[in-house]
Design a protein around this ligand. Structure first.
Ligand code: FES
Length: 793
């Protein structure tokens, strides 16, 4: 791409064309105040805060104040960001926006992490002249997740632009006019969007705050925070957990341009309180028949897991690769079962086989958003991978953006693009057993049984390429639809096919695969995404091995069963689970929360949740991503792999096979070379930057002496983290760490999540300090197309 040159504050810069001035200046490190602009939402020019002085060229004597978010960069432009008239303009705009603001920072949940606070300081507005009664509003109860405080609103419109325009919500809007506008619901009630929690982050002040955080409030700068991965589905959205006093207080988005961008779904953001729940297992539970008053774990375990015992391990697609591998190492591969039923495992291996033989790698989030024709075949992605549905909602706008570009309107000019092509949708086709809230973006929807969707898919492939197996559809209307979808996919520049296994029919991913191979035969580089149900389904598939049905049939009896973070009563019928458990003299369950399996176990060992453990998970895109412990749980809660390491030692086999997490990872990649990139790309515990670890706490973290004063009035040494390059401390490296280790976003003058501009390259949205994931599935170019027979189940 040919770069252009412009001058900012007397210095010449080479920048990428096609972007706006604000975005460009922010990327170059200039602190330009702004409210309504958001990198994902684009520009509407409503707040008037991003003013700069622009001179058309060196001959322009006066220049003019412009809103930088509305100006495309052009060669030769001369920009002044700190002109006195500009500074005065921004200050007066801020003062105007603040006339009705309640100035309630000391009691506001946004305080200390507030974009409005930052902008007020940045513009220099520091004295209040407005001497009249402030306009006030009634707040609404918006349900259990979002707290509403309308008086703090500065009318930037970000909330409604995200909720309605970006996420497709229908029950939220803006009401009123002039200087009296109201952002909320028509009637009080719970917000219906699956993405409502993002209001907390897009709102630049405290109008929408996290109600779950309010239940156990703390100042934001007093949190221990660490990079983590959401474990609620297979999408693997990147998150930041925040802890204080041993409880997980909130989840925030962690930017990853390839997975979730700036946003999370509500399940991921608000579904964290199980970490603090009374149902948590916080102690070792021993219900063994040989128990006496003096029995403890160390005295009991050697007799049930000793060298002479046959021990069976059952892993889990909800546990990390490392925890599964640790259990497999303990029991031996021949005695390890991966914790999913035969049927589910066959689906997972089918998906993995398809992806390994696919002509292209699974798409990144950016590639999904760029798609100009999409087929969602038989999978309700709003349910099974919500963040993917958000990406597809953006893909549906590509025709609008294309139309706008044809008349010179850039994609970032959000208001103009929507005005130009508001009714124009890129072709998105959705098939599924029932309707979905995503249907509103579809060119056509087919609600039909999974077999019909699969037949349709096979037919589409055969219409695209004669090499694909021919399929006869049961009626003419379906044939017309198949032909239409085939034509749209063929005519697209970036076709995308999505399917999955939620409907319980492996013909669906096979049909999706046929379509992508047919497109490849015809010279199209189509992308294929297949949705798996759990956070490490893909990882379990890559490890291979035997399944739960094998465990039921392969042996009649054994001494001890060890179940890792899995409730087998949810995967098998009660009769099957009882039959399986009946084969063992002893059952040991590792889990963080009580369930039917822990009830059936003789010994229960308390595992850490994702917030108290370190581990790697492989998502639907084949990205291995690491979750780091946000805080150290109280003993005896530990990472599952540490429990297993202790079991190995107590069994008498060897002493402490793994001293730390890296030992375990290195051992794992020796046995599973397909995971080698994990060891190569994800940072290990030895990493130091300028000789320092990366602190989980902000420099403003307070009360660390007082919080432990009940046990010792002297300041205590922080807990040590031997498993990662992160420290449970406020001391450490203060710059921007490697992307996989970013524990929070902050920069000089930027205390809100808007500081993210200092962490990413605005041009392509990538993290400036590298990747957060190791990509484990590579495209298999040059191989002949592989077509499945057009058989449905
Ligand atoms: Fe430019 Fe609001 S950020 S007008």
């Amino acid at each position: 791409m040919e770069m252009i040159r412009l001058t900012i504050d007397g210095k010449e810069y080479e920048v990428q064309p096609g972007r706006n001035l604000l975005d460009t200046c922010l990327s170059l490190g200039f602190n330009i105040p702004h409210f309504c602009y958001h990198h994902a939402l684009g520009s509407v020019g409503s707040c008037r805060l991003c003013a700069v002085k622009m001179y058309i060229d060196a001959g322009d004597p006066k220049g003019m104040i412009v809103m930088s978010c509305m100006i495309p960069v052009k060669s030769g432009l001369i920009i002044v960001t700190d002109d006195s008239a500009v500074l005065e303009f921004r200050k007066s705009v801020l003062e105007n926006l603040m006339t009705n603001h309640p100035h309630d920072c000391p009691v506001c949940d946004e305080g200390g992490e507030c974009h409005l606070q930052d902008m007020t300081v940045m513009t220099g507005h520091n004295a209040r002249r407005f001497d009249f009664k402030k306009r006030t509003h009634l707040n609404q109860d918006l349900g259990p997740n979002i707290y509403h405080e309308m008086n703090r609103c500065i009318q930037c419109y970000r909330c409604v632009r995200f909720y309605k325009d970006y996420a497709g919500g229908k029950d939220f809007g803006v009401f009123g006019a002039h200087n009296n506008v109201y952002f909320g619901r028509y009637r009080e009630g719970t917000l219906e969007s699956e993405f409502s929690g993002n209001l907390v982050e897009v709102c630049p002040t405290g109008v929408f705050t996290d109600k779950t955080f309010k239940k156990h409030p703390t100042r934001k700068w007093d949190l221990n925070t660490a990079p983590s991965v959401c474990t609620h589905c297979g999408a693997g959205c990147n998150i930041i957990g925040g802890e204080r006093y041993g409880t997980l207080r909130r989840i925030m988005n962690r930017y990853n341009e390839n997975v979730n961008g700036y946003f999370l779904c509500d399940r991921g953001r608000f579904g964290y309180d199980f970490v603090n729940a009374p149902e948590r297992i916080r102690d070792v539970v021993i219900k063994h028949e040989n128990i006496s008053e003096n029995t403890n774990l160390v005295s009991l375990l050697p007799s049930i897991i000793g060298k002479d015992k046959k021990i069976i391990g059952i892993g889990s697609p909800c546990a990390s690769l490392e925890a599964n591998f640790a259990l497999m190492s303990f029991t031996g591969k021949e005695n390890f079962y991966n914790g999913v039923s035969k049927k589910d495992f066959s689906f997972i291996t089918t998906v993995l086989d398809i992806l390994k033989n696919s002509p292209s790698a699974p798409p990144s989030r950016g590639e999904m958003e760029r798609s100009d024709a999409v087929l969602i075949l038989g999978e309700d992605i709003l349910k099974t991978s919500p963040i993917t549905s958000l990406a597809i909602r953006q893909a549906a706008r590509n025709l609008s953006k294309k139309m706008a570009a044809a008349v010179g309107i850039p994609a970032w000019h959000d208001s103009a693009v929507r005005t130009k092509g508001i009714h124009l949708k890129s072709p998105v086709y959705i098939t599924g057993t029932q309707s979905s809230k995503l249907d509103d973006i579809a060119a056509e929807v087919l609600n039909a049984p999974a077999e019909i969707s699969a037949q349709l898919g096979f037919a589409i492939a055969s219409y695209i390429s004669k090499k694909a197996p021919e399929t006869v559809l049961p009626d003419a209307a379906l044939s017309v639809l198949a032909k239409k979808i085939a034509d749209d996919l063929m005519n697209a520049e970036y076709p995308l096919v999505i399917s999955g296994i939620d409907a319980g029919n492996s013909a669906l991913p096979k049909a999706a695969s046929n379509i992508v191979h047919a497109l490849a035969v015809e010279g199209k580089n189509a992308k294929l995404l297949l949705i798996l149900p759990e956070c490490n389904s893909m990882g379990i598939g890559m490890m291979g091995g035997k399944d739960l049905d094998d465990a039921i049939t392969e042996f009649d009896s054994a001494d001890t069963l060890v179940v890792l973070e899995n409730d087998l009563y949810k995967r098998l019928s009660k009769e099957q689970a009882d039959e399986l458990f009946g084969k063992f003299k002893n059952i040991i369950a590792l889990h963080h929360s009580h369930n039917s399996t822990t009830s059936a176990a003789d010994i229960v060992l308390p595992s850490g949740t994702f917030a108290e453990s370190e581990g790697t998970f492989v998502n639907n895109q084949g990205y291995a991503q690491r979750a780091y412990s946000v805080f150290q749980a109280k003993e005896p809660i530990m990472d599952s792999w540490r429990w297993i390491s202790d079991l190995i030692e107590l069994s008498g086999y060897e002493k402490s096979r793994w001293q730390n997490f890296d030992d375990l990872v290195n051992d794992m990649v020796r046995v599973f070379p397909e995971f080698l990139k994990i060891a190569e790309i994800l940072p290990n515990a030895d990493l130091r930057i300028s000789g320092q670890k990366i602190p989980r706490q902000t420099p403003r973290f307070s009360g660390r002496t007082a919080m432990n004063a009940k046990t010792n009035v002297s300041e205590q040494k922080p807990e040590q983290d031997t498993d990662s390059a992160l420290a449970f401390s406020m001391e450490g490296y203060s710059g921007i760490p490697p992307a996989a280790l970013i524990p929070n976003y902050r920069a000089s003058g930027w205390n809100s999540t808007q500081a993210i501009y200092k962490y990413i390259d605005g041009a392509d949205g990538s993290n400036i300090t590298g990747d957060t994931e190791a990509k484990l599935i590579e495209p298999l170019s040059g191989k002949p197309a592989k077509f499945f027979d057009a058989v449905t189940e």
